[in-house]
Design a protein around this ligand. Sequence first.
Ligand code: PNS
Length: 161
Amino acid sequence: MNTLTAVYPGSFDPPTNGHMDIIERAASFNGRLIVGVLANPSKSPLFSVEERVELLKELTKDIPNVEISSFSGLLVDFCRKVGARIVIRGLRAVTDFEFEFQMALTNKTMSPELETLFMPTSTDYVWISSSVVKEVAMFDGEFEGMVPKLIKDVLDKKFNR
Ligand code: PNS
């Protein structure tokens, strides 16, 4: 029997506790979970794609069925390449839904065999986003509880805190 392969795609700039919550819960199904880090130079990320991949590798090193990989171009092409038929996306609030729904249907149109599964983010993390974390870090605010310790340390270093 083939192992079920799912892709959890995102920018992860940087990974937050909300991302980690989705990764841990999606990995608990025991299929192969590939975290796909988007290499999109037009978004001018704070962390390079190599940095984000390394950080996620460190954060998931104790979860055996999780792999970290980067991709550029279309998500559907990356899913085909790695043999995934499932895309996992976390939904924080209704405001996420419109964009996520559009993205899921665009991907389904391009690749009908691909299913997008939405997981509600745990209530503790619904308000967290990478953008908010970056803004708080940039202006020297406290972001305890928003990101894993490793990410707090690298953000402190990035912003010379
Ligand atoms: O963490 P993000 O920024 O919300 O993730 C968005 C992501 C990476 C899932 C999305 O931008 C994406 O899949 N980009 C790849 C380009 C693509 O496939 N576009 C067509 C679907 S809209």
